[in-house]
Design a protein. Structure first.
Length: 304
């Protein structure tokens, strides 16, 4: 098969031969055009359901502004608003291949469908064996999904699907006025996902034993990677803020229980009934200006 030709360690000559081989095997333009035309004609990716809800109207506006935008994010719900997405997800990739080599091979395979804006591939355990290829047009993405799903690479058949969401970078460049809202929603979605994973792990302690061991081996975890829980940790508080001020800020959120304030350290804790309520409050108050000097309040989750 295709990338049985390539040694994983890969010498320069073998690598060059492999890229040439990939170029030969990639579908030709005439073949792509024929199949992609049939595919595009049967797929309405621009339609929007009719709904007068305010948040849905916001998403429709977002969809209109994101015409021709690439990447991944959560400002637009693709299940309700199938806006143009120029990014594809590629899975079932050989995990032992180094990232630069993988990106070069993917470039050779997919560049025939159109200009490639970016290729995102990570080395983390959860991200191994997959990549995102960002084109400059939706048509290129649709054609590549139609023709490259199942394409052999490094002895394995690639899984190629259309990405569901837009990236921070492209939203910022194409719809800058919506970027802050887009990013807040994306981070909130991420927190809810983590909370769900924790709940599932708690329900199945045996399955969660290995991740806990790994986590305990990490001496310092940055605040942004602390798992969501029902207690928020409040930092960067000015001298003119007290417990009553913090209570006023957080008591408006559903599930609020209490504020604990340590004036000597200028930090506080806001406790909620569960992590779902805490996630909502964190999303709304992170970097909120507080006190006379309007200092941005840092809001993270309490370390457990």
């Amino acid at each position: 098969m295709l990338l049985q030709v390539l040694s994983i360690a890969g010498g320069c000559s073998t690598y060059a031969l492999t890229l040439n081989y990939l170029a030969c095997l990639a579908p030709r333009k005439s073949e792509r055009a024929s199949k992609a035309s049939d595919f595009s004609n049967s797929t309405d990716v621009h339609s929007h359901p009719t709904n007068n809800n305010t948040s849905q109207q916001h998403n429709v506006a977002m969809a209109d502004k994101m015409e021709g935008v690439t990447g991944g994010g959560h400002a637009v719900d693709p299940s309700n608003y199938p806006v143009p997405i120029e990014t594809i997800w590629v899975g079932n990739l050989e995990e032992r291949v180094k990232i630069p080599t993988l990106k070069a091979a993917l470039t050779v395979v997919f560049k025939r469908f159109g200009p490639i804006v970016d290729i995102i591939a990570k080395t983390s355990l959860k991200r191994k064996g997959q990549a995102f290829v960002v084109f400059d047009s939706e048509k290129s993405a649709l054609e590549s999904v139609e023709l490259m799903d199942g394409f052999p690479m490094y002895g394995k058949e690639m899984k190629v699907q259309r990405a569901k969401t837009h990236s921070d970078a492209t939203v910022k460049s194409k719809a800058a006025d919506m970027f802050d809202d887009h990013k807040r929603k994306r981070l909130m979605q991420k927190d809810f996902k983590r909370a769900k994973e924790d709940a599932e792990a708690a329900a199945n302690p045996a399955a969660a034993e290995k991740p806990r061991t790994l986590k305990s081996a990490i001496s310092v975890i940055p605040d942004e990677y602390v798992r969501p829980n029902k207690v928020l940790f409040l930092q960067n508080l000015p001298d003119d803020i007290d417990e009553d001020n913090l209570t006023t800020i957080f008591e408006r959120f559903e599930g609020f229980k209490e504020i604990r304030y340590l004036s000597v350290r200028a930090v506080g804790f806001a406790e909620f009934e569960n992590e779902q309520y805490a996630i909502t409050a964190k999303e709304a108050t992170a970097n909120m200006p507080v006190g006379a000097g309007k200092r941005p309040m840092k809001v993270s989750y309490q370390r457990e």
